[in-house]
Design a protein around this ligand. Structure first.
Ligand SMILES: C[S@@+](CC[C@H](N)C(=O)[O-])C[C@H]1O[C@@H](n2cnc3c(N)ncnc32)[C@H](O)[C@@H]1O
Length: 280
């Protein structure tokens, strides 16, 4: 049964238990529509690759940003199955995918640690910005490998919170907030760079990696939301006081006003192939 509590510091572990679940759903759509994010997501899906007529499974689909792209890549001859633990996000995903062209999308409530599918059912199985959030990443990736067909692809893409490039007049404060918050929320803040090793540990072969970067010089709503949540959490975790958090955000606003705002966030994609015969 999918029943989680709100107690873990990472709200994405248990979206339905958060008072801000609807705001989180809206934030996924804002991120999904941000041009630099669209580019890096679609580049990754083509690189994996996802092909016409594929049967694809997406684990941790959220509001369906990736699933809608997948539907257009697999076309009418393909099928997209998309699972998530959150009923709130799935309801939003179903509503937003109603008139999407391409392959059919079937949304289903399920936990990536225990996928409710038979072995070998999918041509490609992927998880985008999910592995960072799950309790047991290796178990999730092994489940993804189990439901991929022999010769099928398993793909992961994640941010790496050790690789954020933020222009700010106070470098020490910036490092304290960004590194401190990431260390308290995620068991592995450097998840991105370790995705290839995770695929190999799950028994996949021919593992490749694709580094990419989110780049923003315009203080997009996604970047603003990211920085504001980091500031809020830095106060919540006792890393800085409210005055310092406010000073930190003011620093970004001043850079933006002078046309000097810069935020980059490194993403890593990884892909592996399920061997024809499972290793003993
Ligand atoms: C940051 S969101 C990414 C959503 C989507 N992949 C995207 O890129 O827009 C992380 C998602 O993983 C889901 N999630 C977290 N733990 C999960 C688990 N154990 N099994 C399946 N989904 C999970 C969350 O509910 C959330 O929708």
């Amino acid at each position: 049964m999918i029943e989680k509590t709100a107690s873990h510091p990472d709200p994405w572990r248990a979206v339905d238990a958060q008072p801000s679940a609807e705001t989180m759903a809206a934030a996924l759509e804002v991120r999904g529509g941000t041009p630099s994010q669209v580019r890096l997501r679609r580049r990754y899906l083509k690189w994996l690759p996802v092909r016409a007529r594929d049967r694809v499974l997406e684990v941790g689909c959220g509001t369906g940003v990736v699933a809608r792209d997948l539907a257009s890549l697999v076309g009418r001859g393909g099928v997209v199955t998309a699972v998530d633990t959150s009923a709130t996000l799935l309801a939003r995903a179903r509503a937003l995918s109603r008139r999407v062209p391409g392959g059919r999308i079937a949304f289903r409530r399920a936990d990536g640690h225990r996928l409710p599918f038979a072995d070998g059912r999918f041509d490609a199985v992927l998880a985008i910005t999910v592995i960072l959030h799950v309790e047991d990443p290796l178990r999730v990736v092994k489940e993804m490998a189990r439901v991929a067909r022999p010769g099928g692809r398993v793909g992961l893409q994640d941010q790496d919170f050790g690789l954020i490039g933020a222009a700010h007049p106070d470098r020490e404060l910036t490092a304290r907030i960004l590194d401190g918050v990431a260390a308290r929320i995620y068991p592995e803040p450097h998840s991105g760079r370790r995705l290839g090793a995770l695929l190999r540990a799950a028994g996949l072969i021919g593992v490749r990696m694709l580094a990419d970067v989110y780049q923003d010089t315009t203080l997009t709503p996604f970047s603003r939301n990211f920085l504001e949540r980091r500031a809020e959490n830095a106060v919540r975790f006792g890393i800085v006081d409210e005055a310092a958090a406010e000073r930190w955000l003011d620093g970004f606003n001043a850079l933006y006003a002078a046309d000097n705002f810069v935020l980059t966030m490194q993403y890593f994609g990884a892909a592996g192939v399920k061997p024809a015969k499972a290793r003993p």
